[in-house]
Each structure stands twice: as structure tokens, then as C-alpha cells.
Design a protein around this ligand. Structure first.
Ligand code: ARG
Length: 292
């Protein structure tokens, strides 16, 4: 094994995470960028294209494909401090980290001159600094978050803000929030259309009761949050990306969730499920890693 992931134990100490199974459940879509079936409007399951510069904190995780000599889209993410990107734990595949780079403020994947690009910091022993939440469960997707430390800080972009631990202000059911990503724009089973341009869609927060109704015990109200309505949702490839809202009267955004899972996409009664950032156990982990 070339790399060991590191993660924090509950006590906040660094532990080699040999036991962390690297999973890439539905994160790794190879981009059929820019193609779409005839007669289909290319909208991210109900959303629209994000203009360059509008959501600079949104990150794209990608890996270099040696065979094809191109970058493959892996997942979304968000800049939460000058040198830390928040993504989903299920986006992290240990074997991929060496070839991974993180791009910020580049709405169109093809515009290689735009935005900033970073690698992953190493811990001094040649190991990439990627931290999975210690309670992350690859079977249930509980605590589906990971933090990636960048090899150089990004000073020209305002990081996204995070909710106060234990607060529910942004989670009132019916509150309309936004999710952004380069994921599948088609809701239908087995269909895949992956855009070059970042897409965003507004989705209502769904109460934990309704989400329990949708998913039964699979939904865990602490570390998970639901949002979505028929026709509007995140989808495969959006994982790791932010669920967020603009702070009125400012140019800042607050992120309340990380795209995690869902049954199909944009289906009535099956909202998207997000890792819930106001959860104290998640918030504490983020504070420990970022030193915030
Ligand atoms: N697991 C998916 C990914 O890796 C995200 C699925 C989100 N699904 C949804 N219906 N919101 O990209």
C-alpha cells in the first residue's frame, strides 16, 4: 500500500486509518462531458448553469487518468478554510489520492485557465492529509464527511461559512436552499449526462419525519439531513458537494450539508440525503481538523 489515510480518533489524535475501507460507491462517474440525449434539456435534475465566479468556494475533486490522459471528475467539495476542502467520506478512494487534484472557482471543467488548482498536502511522511470522520460508516453512510488539506492555501476565495454546532436555523422544513455540482442531470434510472458546466438547483429542506417516512431506519436524523422535491435534486457525481444558502446582503454563503446519498434522483417521496453539518459530532470533528 502506497498511502495510508489518516483520520482523527474520537479523542482527536491522529491515527493511521488502515481500517477505513475506501469506498467509491457512486462517486466515480467518468465524464461523458457535454453530451446529452436528443430532446433532453441539459439541466441538473431541475437546475441551471452557474456563471463563472458566482460560487467560487465550490470545489471539484478530479483524478488524472493515465490511459486517457484526461482528468476524470470524482466528486464535489467546498472550501471551508483557506487550506481545507470538505467533501463526502465515500468520495475518498485511498488509491486515487496520489493522482487527485482539487479545483476551485472553475465553473466550466474545460476552462483550464480559470480558478485555482491544488494538490493534497502530505504529512511529512509522504502520506496525504485526508481525514475521514471517525464515525463514518460505509454501509449506512452515517457521518459521510471527509476533510482534505490542500498543499497550499487558497487566499483569493472566501471560504463557505459553517452552521453553529447544534443550531437548526437553516434546517427549518420548507426552507429553500441550494445544491451545486457536476453530477448527472438526468433523473431516470441508468441514464447519465454529465455537464461541463457547474449546475445548481434550489431544493426545500425536508423534515426528519418525512425523511424517516421516505427511508425508514436508513435515515439517521442526527448526522443526516434531507432536501429535495420531485424534479429537483442532486444526483450521482454531485456527492461531496455543498448544500448551502446565501447570507442575504453579503457575498458569503453558509453550507448546511454535504451531498451523500438518495434513492434514484429527483423522485417524489425520495429526497436527497446530506451529511448534516450542524450535528455536534460532525461540527466538533471539523473544528479539530481545521483548528477553527
Ligand atoms: N452518492 C451519490 C454520489 O456519489 C450522490 C447521490 C445523491 N442522490 C440524490 N438522490 N440526491 O455522487
Amino acid at each position: 500500500m502506497k498511502y495510508m489515510l489518516h483520520r482523527l480518533s474520537a479523542a482527536g489524535r491522529l491515527l493511521p486509518a488502515a481500517t477505513v475501507a475506501a469506498v467509491a460507491v457512486c462517486a466515480c462517474v467518468s465524464a461523458q462531458a457535454g453530451t446529452h440525449a436528443p430532446g433532453i434539456t441539459p439541466q441538473i435534475v431541475g437546475g441551471q448553469r452557474v456563471p463563472q465566479g458566482q460560487l467560487p468556494f465550490v470545489a471539484q475533486l478530479r483524478v488524472f487518468d493515465e490511459d486517457e490522459q484526461i482528468f476524470d471528475h470524482v466528486c464535489g467539495g467546498a472550501l471551508i478554510s483557506p487550506d481545507v476542502v470538505l467533501t463526502a467520506a465515500h468520495c475518498i478512494d485511498e488509491d486515487e489520492l496520489e493522482a487527485m487534484s482539487i479545483v476551485l472557482n472553475r465553473a466550466d471543467q474545460r476552462e483550464t485557465g480559470q480558478g485555482v488548482e491544488r494538490g493534497i498536502a502530505d504529512d511529512g511522511d509522504g502520506k496525504p492529509m485526508v481525514f475521514l470522520h471517525p464515525a463514518y460508516d460505509a454501509t449506512t453512510f452515517a457521518y459521510d464527511i471527509a476533510l482534505i488539506v490542500l498543499d497550499q492555501p487558497v487566499l483569493e476565495i472566501n471560504p463557505v461559512l459553517l452552521p453553529s454546532p447544534g443550531a437548526d436555523t437553516l434546517e427549518r422544513p420548507g426552507t429553500v436552499v441550494t445544491v451545486a455540482g457536476w453530477g448527472n442531470m438526468l433523473a431516470g434510472p441508468g441514464q447519465g449526462v454529465f455537464p461541463n458546466a457547474l449546475q445548481s438547483v434550489s431544493v426545500p429542506v425536508v423534515s426528519p419525519w418525512e425523511c424517516q417516512f421516505a427511508y425508514g431506519g436508513t435515515f439517521q436524523p442526527g448526522p443526516m439531513l434531507c432536501a429535495g422535491v420531485r424534479g429537483r435534486d442532486s444526483c450521482q457525481g454531485d456527492s461531496g458537494g455543498p448544500l448551502f444558502t446565501a447570507v442575504p446582503g453579503t457575498s458569503r454563503f453558509i453550507q448546511m450539508g454535504v451531498v451523500s446519498w438518495g434513492e434514484s434522483c429527483a423522485k417524489q417521496g425520495k429526497p436527497g440525503v446530506y451529511a448534516r453539518l450542524s450535528d455536534p459530532v460532525i461540527a466538533r470533528f471539523i473544528e479539530q481538523v481545521t483548528g477553527m
